[in-house]
Write a protein that binds this ligand. Sequence first.
Ligand code: AMP
Length: 395
Amino acid sequence: MKTLNDFNFEDKKALIRVDFNVPLNDAFEVTDTTRIQAAKSTIIKVLEDGGSCVLMSHLGRPKGVEEKFSLKHIVAEVTKVLGVQVKFIEDCVGEKAEEAVANLASGEVLLLENLRFYEEEKKGDVAFAEKLAKLGDVYVNDAFGTAHRAHASTTIIAQFFSENKCFGNLLAREIESIDKVLNNSEKPVLAVLGGAKVSSKITVIENILDKVDHLIIGGGMTFTFVKAQGGTVGDSICEDDKMDLALEILKQAKAKNVQIHLPVDVIAADDFSNDANTQVIDVTKIPDGWQGLDAGPKSRENFDAVVNKCKTILWNGPLGVFEMESFSEGTIALGHSIDNATKNGTFSLVGGGDSVAAVKQFGFAEKVSYVSTGGGAMLEMLEGKALPGIEAILK
Ligand code: AMP
C-alpha cells in the first residue's frame, strides 16, 4: 500500500483529492470543519517536504455551475485550519487552472473550483480525468467519503499517474482501521449493528458473520428479529418481509459460532415523540399502541458485559432513536461501555451513517480508537466490497 511516506514532495506538485464537502449555513459559512481538519496532516506533509498542493473536491450536488456550491466559500476556513493562505481558482480544468498550477510555488496551496460543476466528474469521464491529471506530479487520494464512487477525480484519474500515486494519511488510516477490525483483529471481536432497518444492513450482517465472535443487534432492527421468533412487537418498526431473512441470519450465526445478542427489554412509547408516555417492557411483549424506541436497562447491562469481554469492537448504528432525548440513553450507555473498554486497550471503530453523528453528539468521538469519516464507503467495505477509489491506487 503506497502512502505519503513513500514520496518526497520537494519541488513536486501534489494533486490531492480531498473531501471538502462541508456543511454551509445561509451566510455560506462552514458550520463543521471536521473534514478540513481531517485532510490537514496530508497537506502539511507535502508542504513540509518542500512541495505544493493542488486541492480538488466536490461540494454538494450542483446541477452545472451553481454559485451557492462554489468552493470559494470555504477558502477562508481552509486557510484558517491549515494556517497557510490558500489560493483559489474558479475552474478545476483547462487553461486557467493549468496556469494557476504553473504559477504555484513550493509551500503554496491552491484550491480548485467544485469538480461537480462538470457532469463528467460523476460520469467518470476519461478525457476529463486526463485534464485533471495535468494539474499535478503526484496524485494523492485522501477522500474516503467518495472512495466507493468511480468518479473521474477519485478513480479514473489514477491511471494517468502510473507509479506516482498514493493514499493520503486520512484514507490510509481508514483502510488500516477497517482492516484491523475485519482481517487483523484481536479476538474476541464484537460488531454492534443498530439503526433503523434490517434491509439496509443485511449485506453487512452477512459479511460480518465470518469476522466476529459476538454480534449485538439493536435499534429498529431488533423488532424484525423478535417478531420472527414469535415475539409481540406492538407498533414497533418491523419489516415483515424480512422475517425469514432474520431467521436465516440467526441460523447462520449459530453455524458460524457467532453469539447474537438482542435487547431483552426496551423503552416503549405510546407515540413517536420525545414527550410520549413511556414504559420499560420485555422486548417480546410489546402491546399494540406501543413501540420500542430504545434499549432498556437490562439490555444495556447485558451489552456492557459483552463489550467488556471483547478486544475489537465495530459500532455501526444507534441503539435507539437517539435524536430524541427520551430515547438516547441506550446509545449513550453503549458509548460509555465502549469508552471504558477502549481505555482498557480494546480497539474500537465507529462508522457508517448515523453512528458518527451520535458519538459526536454525546462526546464519544475522542474516546473511541477511530471514527470513520465515510458513511457509505465504510458500509461498502463492511459489506466486503472492493472500493474503486482504493483499487485504483493499488493497481
Ligand atoms: P441508520 O442510518 O441505519 O444507522 O439508522 C439510524 C436511525 O435509526 C436513527 O435515525 C434512529 O433514530 C433510528 N432508530 C434507531 N432505533 C430505532 C427504533 N427502535 N425505532 C425507530 N427508529 C430507530
